[in-house]
Write a protein that binds this ligand. Structure first.
Ligand code: BG6
Length: 491
């Protein structure tokens, strides 16, 4: 009997986000998004800084014109805004079935609270979707990928304020109605769990201005849950056959040893992730969170009907991004230094001696991805989509225009093999979009030199370069993977 492989019609593709690739940050009526305020720091300058967070005071200085001449790479991206036709043609040449991208909310509603949408912004995405359709590529659209309209951050402190739900729904209604014949797959919030770690990035919240930090984060999360549930309902009402998913940034956490205390710490760390899927997929807050809030003196304001609304409007599928796993140990309790480059986000992380790392210190763990898929399938029994996975690396463009990225091929191959194993284990996985299919600006460090793509873009961290696109060795490799529906992964 032939071994079970990827199901027929499996959605192979790649992923991007508007704020990291479009550029054209102030063109055709677009307003500022939070990402436009994020500066690039050299390695030296970035020591000890949380680079995805911009304090309110700094933004006020930027807006007052006191920080001219600094480097804001997300404003220029890779100029996808003007080059989308060439880029989509390259994705089509690889055989893409699906292209994950986001709509930049501030292109549609420049301030977020405008009465009318910006027609030029709407037209741009019409053009992109039409271009995809030319090649039979399905777009998969993230509604909010780290790009809250800046005005909403400044005027109401982003998702901390319940009014965000209405503004978000106004935007969702506009894009669902406009693109209902063109986009079937949607995601509400990219890596919604990042609100716990990066509230400015994930929801335009200036946490330094809030009295009770943890309470403010959970309040904002509750508002995003409601926004997501109501957007799901709206999409179901407006678009026939629509599929709306949640999206989680998973860093599955292992116990470092068989010490039960380490196991307990890992369970706690994993709950920080699965908590989000519990609410978005089962429609229920897990009971332990209410106990935790009580212990920490947190009161999350909820209105009558909120919990019913979450229960009635759960997602159609579950998606996640996957880069690495972490390990925790009671040895590291109280030590906030992280594990040599891995973010610790308040949990006692230690390095995993069994895993190699990328240039940026991410622990490479293909089996970790299989574990997560199985865990999600066992817990929720909803179709699973892998929305991001990949290896950021320093690629070298050779004089002959080639990029030999065998390390990337090895990384992706190993992960795809484990995804296949998870399917053999019984999980329902229906698609895979590797991250940054074309090189784009890094979300975490704003570097151009942290590259994930099959397509090299000639630009450096300072924005110098021709922006010319080159096919890396991984381009032809992925083309074969897609053509063989994941059967030909190379040696
Ligand atoms: C995810 C984000 O966290 O990881 C992407 O959804 C991001 O936006 C990706 O680019 C890789 O992270 P980084 O920091 O290497 O760009």
């Amino acid at each position: 009997m032939k071994e079970k492989g990827f199901p027929e019609g499996f959605l192979w593709g790649g992923a991007t986000a508007a704020n990291q690739c479009e550029g054209a940050w102030n063109i055709d009526g677009k307003g500022f998004s939070t990402a436009d305020m994020v500066q690039y720091y050299t390695k030296e300058e970035s020591k000890g800084k949380n680079m995805e967070t911009v304090p309110r005071q700094e933004i006020e200085e930027i807006l007052a014109g006191h920080r001219e001449g600094y480097n804001y790479p997300k404003r220029r991206g890779i100029d996808f805004y003007h080059r989308y036709q060439e880029d989509i043609a390259l994705l089509a040449e690889m055989g893409f079935k699906i292209f994950r991208m986001s709509i930049n909310w501030a292109r549609i509603y420049p301030n977020g609270d405008d009465e009318q949408p910006n027609e030029q912004g709407l037209q741009f995405y019409d053009n992109v979707f039409d271009e995809c359709a030319k090649y039979g590529i399905q777009p998969l659209v993230t509604l909010s990928h780290y790009e809250t309209p800046l005005h909403l951050a400044l005027s109401i402190n982003g998702w901390y304020d319940r009014r965000m739900i209405d503004y978000f729904l106004r935007y969702c209604k506009t894009v669902f109605t406009r693109y209902k014949g063109k986009v079937k797959y949607w995601m509400t919030f990219n890596e919604i769990n990042m609100m716990l770690n990066l509230p400015f990035t994930a929801g335009g919240v200036f946490i330094e201005t809030c009295e009770h930090e943890k309470q403010a984060k959970y309040q904002a999360i509750h508002h995003q849950f409601l926004g997501s549930a109501l957007a799901t309902k709206l999409a179901h009402d407006i678009i026939p056959d629509v599929q709306v998913g949640c999206m989680l940034g998973i860093t599955h956490t292992y116990p470092d040893t068989s010490d039960p205390m380490d196991a307990l710490l890992s369970q706690k760390a994993n709950r920080n992730n699965y908590f989000f899927v519990d609410v978005q997929s089962k429609g229920e807050y897990p009971t332990y969170i209410f106990e935790e809030w009580k212990r920490d003196g947190i009161e999350v304001a909820m209105e009558p009907g909120d919990l019913e609304l979450l229960k009635e409007n759960t997602v159609d599928y579950i998606s996640f991004s996957y880069y690495y796993t972490m390990s925790v140990s009671k040895r590291a309790l109280g030590d906030n230094s992280g594990a040599n480059g891995l973010p610790d986000f308040g949990i006692p992380v230690v390095p995993n001696p069994h895993l190699k790392r990328t240039d940026w210190g991410f622990q490479i763990d293909p089996i970790g991805m299989r574990i997560i898929i199985n865990e999600l399938w066992d817990r929720y029994h909803k179709p699973i989509f892998i929305a991001e996975n990949g290896m950021g690396a320093h690629d070298v463009l050779e004089a002959d225009g080639k990029v030999h990225d065998d390390y990337r091929i090895a990384y992706l191959k190993a992960h795809i093999e484990q995804m296949k194993e998870a399917i053999r284990d019984g999980a329902n996985v229906f698609g895979y979009t590797s991250w940054g299919c074309i090189d784009i600006i890094s979300a975490g460090t704003s570097e151009m030199s942290k590259r994930y793509g099959y397509i090299y873009v000639d630009q450096d961290d300072e924005g110098n370069g021709s922006l010319k696109r080159y096919k890396k060795d991984s381009f032809a490799w992925y083309q074969r993977v897609i053509a063989s529906n994941g059967e030909e992964l190379g040696d």
